[in-house]
Write a new protein. Structure first.
Length: 327
């Protein structure tokens, strides 16, 4: 794998995170579900959430510490980029508010995550992809760094989910097959955990359906938690904005001053299971639009930023650890 391949996959990973985040945000709005059914396009007010913004925080933290992440580096980063900037504004997940409040009280990891609200949700998993990028081909190291990163806000299943995503990304960025990617994530999940049982249920639904089109309804009804969706009586009126996905360009949590870019106008038992077919038909959404802006971010309005520098810097961190022979 060439450095260009690695950079392309890193960029794809981060952009895919932002786009998927924006799709998910649209999909939980009842007005869009009633009008379109399954969301397959990024409509005008599509936007990222705190998940994408905190993934950029993870990337920036790794860049700042040269990839050698420690709890001390993590605490310093959250103080620099969150607390000193006024804290988490609207749209942050509950564990993020709780973790910041704990840090401000002097409660440090792992207790800032253990003694926290909803610390088993997906927030850490959603921000952890940059660790997989710098650990390409090293899923065990990815899982170890993911534990350090996620302990600041999460515990138990929340950490195991982050470790699973990081390990899978490390294998995916290195060119692993879909089955190997999935197995790398399952390997780090304790067998007797809630997460393991949920994963087995999800795979059973997918295996029975055969395609993602056939599986989505079962996944939705069997694993969906209503609190994360906007019901009809409380659906929010879409706000006017520029084209999407806004996660990639627009007022985000890291502006040019932070990322250093040019503004743009626009021992644990395994949860492992037998190999499964993952050859689900996928299609690119139609009607994609260039990115030009987004609503107020978790941290408030800031200048637009490009997603170019994080993939390049993250792949450099990974390459810096490799021996001259490429190993």
């Amino acid at each position: 794998m060439t450095n260009s391949d690695l950079q392309d996959r890193a960029a794809g990973c981060l952009v895919g995170l932002a786009v998927g985040d924006a799709y998910g945000d649209l999909g939980r709005r009842d007005a869009y579900r009633q009008r379109y059914g399954i969301i397959t396009n990024l409509y005008d007010d599509a936007r990222s959430t705190d998940d994408t913004e905190f993934a950029m925080l993870t990337a920036q933290t790794l860049i700042d510490c040269g990839g050698d992440l420690t709890t001390e580096h993590l605490i310093a980063s959250w103080h620099k980029y969150i607390i000193s900037e006024g804290g988490v504004a609207e749209r942050g997940g509950k564990p993020l508010y709780g973790a910041v409040a704990n840090l401000e009280r002097g409660i440090l990891p792992p207790f800032s995550g253990k003694d926290n609200v909803q610390n088993n949700d997906d927030g850490a998993a959603m921000r952890i992809a940059p660790i997989g990028i710098i650990c390409a081909g090293e899923p065990a190291r990815a899982a170890a760094l993911a534990q350090i990163e996620s302990e600041i806000s999460h515990a138990a299943d929340g950490i195991w989910a982050a470790q699973a995503v990081a390990a899978s990304v490390a294998v995916a960025v290195d060119g692993g097959s879909p089955d190997v990617i999935i197995e790398a994530g399952l390997d780090v999940i304790p067998h007797d955990s809630w997460l393991s049982r949920a994963m087995q249920r999800a795979f059973a639904i997918c295996d029975a359906a055969g395609t993602i089109e056939g599986a989505w309804e079962g996944l939705h009804t069997q694993l969906w938690t209503p609190v994360h969706s906007w019901p009809p009586k409380r659906s929010r009126k879409p706000t006017a904005s520029s084209s999407s996905p806004a996660a990639i360009s627009g007022a985000g949590c890291f502006g040019p001053a932070t990322l250093g870019v040019t503004p743009t106008p626009s021992g644990r038992s395994s949860a492992r299971s037998p190999a499964r077919s993952t050859a689900w038909p996928l299609s690119r959404p139609n009607g994609s639009r260039k990115c030009a802006g987004r609503p107020a971010s978790v941290y408030g309005s800031r200048p637009a930023w490009t997603s170019l520098r994080p993939p390049i810097e993250l792949t450099r961190l990974r390459d810096a650890r490799r021996a001259p022979d490429g190993t």
